[in-house]
Write a protein that binds this ligand. Structure first.
Ligand SMILES: N[C@@H](CCC(=O)N[C@@H](CS)C(=O)NCC(=O)O)C(=O)O
Length: 230
């Protein structure tokens, strides 16, 4: 059994999709980040960066104590290794999966996140920020589109955790002003991966919690005014 500490955001969905795809038994422990659950002592013990997602594997392969993991990329690698699936079955195959997983973690997620912030949550519209991150997001979607022009999936012929990491961010493209018609190969791939039954189940999980209430000033302060704890 795996406990998934999460909230239905792109980073949270990566892991619920992977758990469904891998057929692992799990239960969700909701962490409402708009209300400050991420700062509880219990959660910080497993996720010291006060971010979702995090997991606790109650039955780790070494038979030892429950094992906690934070950072979605580390979680995806752990789960894929646990089941021996979706991570490439050769040194070369695995390397390509890791490249594109890291590309998502270091580029596609953070840059889309910044653009989403400045478009949707900033107290004023700052042209420099919108242009800087808007350009970067267009560049990254362009890279992804090129990559998918001649491949079924991001890492090649096989669906992998790299697709599971990237796709959930495409799902939130409305927040970034992105039109899939501008990236036809991304569009083809996105339709393909999001029609998988496990994918659909993964994003349905906990759906009703997010967006149930509009982001108020208190939540914005909590999320966007953080400094060193203590
Ligand atoms: N690099 C982290 C990013 C996680 C992250 O940014 N999580 C957001 C939700 S998508 C969060 O928990 N925010 C809570 C906060 O900012 O306090 C990962 O991929 O796991």
């Amino acid at each position: 059994m795996i406990e998934l500490y999460s909230f239905p955001t792109p980073n949270g969905h990566k892991v619920s999709i992977a758990l469904e795809e891998l057929g692992l038994d799990y239960e969700i422990v909701p962490i409402n980040i708009a209300r400050g659950d991420q700062f509880s002592e219990e959660f910080l013990r497993i996720s010291p960066n006060n971010r979702i997602p995090a997991i606790v594997d109650l039955d780790p392969a070494d038979g030892g104590d429950p094992l906690s993991i934070f950072e979605s990329g580390a979680i995806l690698v752990y789960l894929a290794d646990k089941q021996g699936a979706f991570i490439g079955d050769s040194v070369r195959g695995r390397t390509v999966v890791m490249e594109w997983l890291m590309w998502q973690m270091a580029n596609f997620g953070p840059m889309l996140g910044q653009l989403g912030h400045f478009r949707n949550y900033a107290s004023e519209q700052i042209p420099y920020a919108l242009e800087r991150y808007g350009n970067e997001v267009d560049r990254l979607y362009g890279i992804l589109d090129e990559r998918l022009e001649s491949r079924a999936y991001v890492a090649g012929d096989d669906y992998s955790i790299a697709d599971m990491a990237i796709g959930p961010w495409v799902a939130f493209r409305g927040m970034h002003g992105v039109e899939l018609a501008d990236y036809p190969h991304v569009s083809r791939w996105y339709t393909q991966i999001t029609s998988r039954p496990a994918w659909i189940r993964g994003v349905e999980e906990g759906k009703e919690q997010w967006g149930a209430e509009p982001m108020g000033d208190d939540a914005k302060k909590l999320l966007f005014g953080q400094r060193r704890r203590g």
